[in-house]
Design a protein around this ligand. Structure first.
Ligand code: OSB
Ligand code: MG
Length: 372
């Protein structure tokens, strides 16, 4: 394929309820949507960068300039024969993984559409995994009562695992409350988004009483060493999110015992190719992964479901149904939770969904077209 045109759409979708974490509070989901055009066929992806550099350092602004100055000129310079080769176009360009990922993932979607096959096939997914087990990630709530009500509601809807956001002062009591409310057998976990310091190990060890499946990213966003020390101290397995940006990070983390699980988000690690490498490194070493989320619209959600068909995605993902986030998603029909707590992988070519034109018009705040 030779990229002929790129449509950039900046969208804002109101969230049903604000999402609060140790990093802050969000009431609106904003994102760049990328559409690559070649031979009259589109390739869609959503960039997971946020407005502010709280989760990683990337923002809508850094993504825009990385695309404009470095990534798009390299990508559009010559035809692309195979989506596996996309990352070789930006050899020497450091960082900007979310910006790289959106372009690479749009190329993968394009190849799926051009060949008339669903993306999961192109990625090498397991044909037996067409329904993806999913959980839900619950933000910090105004009260224990509110948390309990929400978790019970999601459990009743059929979500297979409940994850809650924690921070110092909102950890042991919320976890204890939920364990009692949801019952001994409900899979539960907690995500701190780097809210703790190594000195907090004693407090974190109190979470060991509640049989959490894992504790996600308790310490610094760029750390492996302190997590290694903490992992020795806790019975609860450590899962890393922010700290793992590449397959090399994954190799180091497993080698030193900094974690025993990785939350894979293709946007965080630079795209599908790197995500697959991390998946494979974990599998070779006997560890599992699961697919995280970034409150994506239906476009990013579809991408995450296709990735989750790979065989070593062992735990329910954060890819919840559209109505957990939005009154109206960008895609129509929205993603719905099956009664067995799964989301179905879309079956059409590529990611199998596209932005609804009417909704895109209503949610779009800015548009730009680039010619290749
Ligand atoms: O740390 O996994 C995270 C949302 C935004 C940024 C970071 C994270 C999250 C979530 C929610 O936990 C995942 C989702 O429901 O998409
Ligand atoms: Mg996380």
């Amino acid at each position: 394929m030779q990229i002929e045109l790129i449509d950039l759409d900046f969208v804002e979708l109101p969230l049903k309820a604000p999402f609060e974490t140790s990093m802050g509070r969000e009431s609106v989901k904003s994102a760049w949507l990328v559409t690559l055009w070649a031979e009259g066929i589109p390739g869609y992806a959503e960039c997971v960068a946020d407005a502010h550099p709280f989760y990683t350092e990337e923002t809508h602004a850094t993504v825009y300039y990385a695309w404009k100055n470095d990534l798009v000129p390299r990508l559009a310079a010559q035809p692309i024969g195979d989506p596996e080769t996309v990352s070789t176009r930006w050899t020497g360009v450091r960082g900007h993984r979310m910006a790289k990922a959106a372009l690479e993932m749009a190329v993968w979607d394009w190849f799926g559409r051009a060949r008339g096959i669903p993306l999961w096939r192109l990625l090498g997914g397991d044909p037996g995994r067409r329904q993806i087990p999913v959980g839900v990630s619950i933000g910090i709530q105004p009260s224990l009562e509110a948390l309990k009500d929400l978790a019970i509601q999601y459990q009743a809807e059929g979500y297979q695992r409940i994850k809650i956001k924690i921070k110092p002062g909102w950890d042991v009591l919320p976890v204890k409350t939920l364990r009692e409310a949801l019952g001994a057998s409900m899979p539960m976990m907690a995500d701190a988004n780097s809210a703790y310091r190594p000195d907090d190990a004693e407090d974190l060890a109190r979470l060991d009483d509640f049989r959490l499946m894992m504790l996600e990213q308790p310490l610094a966003y760029d750390d492996l060493v302190d997590h290694q020390q903490l992992a020795r101290r806790l019975r609860t397995p450590i899962c890393l999110d922010e700290s793992i940006r590449s397959a090399e990070d994954a190799r180091r983390a497993f080698q030193m015992g900094a974690c025993s699980v990785i939350n894979i988000k293709p946007g965080r690690v630079g795209g599908y190719q790197e995500a697959k490498r991390i998946h494979d490194i974990a599998m070779e070493r006997g560890y599992g992964v699961w697919c995280g989320g970034m409150l994506e619209t239906g476009i990013g959600r579809a991408h995450n479901l296709h990735l989750s068909t790979l065989p070593n995605f062992r735990w329910p993902g954060d890819t919840s149904a559209s109505d957990r986030y939005f009154v109206e998603d960008l895609v129509d029909p929205p993603f719905q939770l099956n009664p067995d707590g799964t989301l179905s992988v879309p079956e059409g070519p590529g990611i199998g969904v596209y932005p609804d034109p009417d909704r895109l018009r209503r949610f779009r705040r800015y548009h730009e077209t680039w010619r290749g």
